[in-house]
Every structure is written in structure tokens, then in C-alpha cells.
Design a binder for this molecule. Sequence first.
Ligand SMILES: [Fe+2]
Ligand SMILES: [Fe+2]
Length: 270
Amino acid sequence: MNILFLGDIIGKPGRDVVHSELPRLRQRLKLDFVIANGENAAGGFGLTRAVAEEFFAMGIDVISTGNHWADQKEILTYIDNEDRILRPVNYPKGTPGRGANLYKTPSGQSVLVINVMGRVFMDALDDPFRAVDAELEACPLGEAADAIIVDLHAETTSEKMAMGHFCDGRASLVVGTHTHVPTADAQIFPGGTAYQTDAGACADYDSVIGMDKAEPLQRFTRKMSSQRFSPATGPATLCGVFVQTGASGLASRIEPVRAGGRLKPSLPEL
Ligand SMILES: [Fe+2]
Ligand SMILES: [Fe+2]
């Protein structure tokens, strides 16, 4: 199976680059399934119904999120009835929505997507390792799912790498989100799980992690805030990872993907 995972789509510039690049990538990479992290898609904070519909129309099959999942309160009115949107699985019991779900591709293959949040330098949620373990045990790769993708939304590289190894041999891909900067460590672990510490963001990189740089600079240099953060508005770079799986569901290939905007392009060929 050919699967594309896109990192945090930030505001309109992020949505625009996905809109312009995804059709080409779909053809070039013969994509069976597309997942995107949408936690910053609506003005940099959260996800509205309208933006989610825009993503589904673009060919994104599943939208994962992270700590900003509920910044737009309207999501609380529809996430229970929209199984194509995930919030991190390790929120307290009773939180609206779901953190993992099994999907079918048009050709009839099944893909389990798990969205989980780290807890080092982040809000103290339930144990992400235990939460992911429970999902992997309930739906084993190669038996109940043809592919398993884990979006680990976390701050530290150590927690992310540890999760990658924790899932090695049990997931097709473990990929990080949240830091909004792509890492250069795409690899397949010894057990067959593809891994990249952070997918990067679909955002304007003339920015501070996707946000207009003026306000972050002001806060860093003067310790004062003067306005809300807002997405930088220049041309964005699409950032993500492409993973190919074999019959076992494990990865046979992982490639970073970058297109458009300021970052050096990385466009794998099939
Ligand atoms: Fe984000
Ligand atoms: Fe985040």
C-alpha cells in the first residue's frame, strides 16, 4: 500500500499548498490512503467543520490532531459523529471523539490510524505508551489491519523515538507531529516499522514554526505579548512522509516529502 502522511497544516497557506500539490502527489505516488494532521488548519488553531470538509474534498481520508484539537469549540458538536477526525487517544475517558479508528481504502484494504499525544513538556495526559499498546493489541498488524499508522503528537525527540521503538514490528509507520519542523531521520527500524521524528508542517517557513514571526520575536526578546499568533501568509511548503507497505503490513520504504514554498523539495519517485 502507498500511504502519505502530511504534517500539521497551518492556516490558509498550508491548506493552499496541500490543495495545489496533493493531486500531483496522488498520481506520482499512486496513493491508496492519505492522512493529515489538521490541528492548526483553521487560522492556526483547531479545525472547523468547513475546513474538515475542504480536506475530505481534497482527498485526505483521515484528519489527525493534537493539543489544539478543540481550539474551535464547534468541533465538540460534530466530532462524535465524524469518524474521519481523530483527537489524541490518551485524553481522559469521556472526552468527545475518538483517538483511533479502522478505515477501509477504496480497494478494500484496512488501515488503523492511531493519534496519540506525548506528555513530556506537554499537558499531563494518560500514558501514551499504554494507550497505543492497547490499540495495537486490539487490532494486530497483518491480522486485523493491513497497515497501521501512528501519529505521535509530541514535543521531545526522545519520547518520539522511544514510541517508534515501542511500536517496532507492530505498526507500519510511527511519525511525529507538533514541532512543525521536518526531521532528517526517516528510517525503517529493525522490526520493520517506518519512522520519522517529525513530519514537519504544511506552512510558510518564513515564520516561527508557521506563525507570523513578528509576535514570537516580540515575546522572545521583550517578554511581552502584544497580539495573538497568526499564521505566516507567504507561500507554504507541503511536508510529510511517504510510506510503502508490503504484504505483512510492515514498511518496505519511507521517504520524506517536501513540495512548494521555501524548503528544498523532496519528491520521491515510485
Ligand atoms: Fe501543530
Ligand atoms: Fe500541537
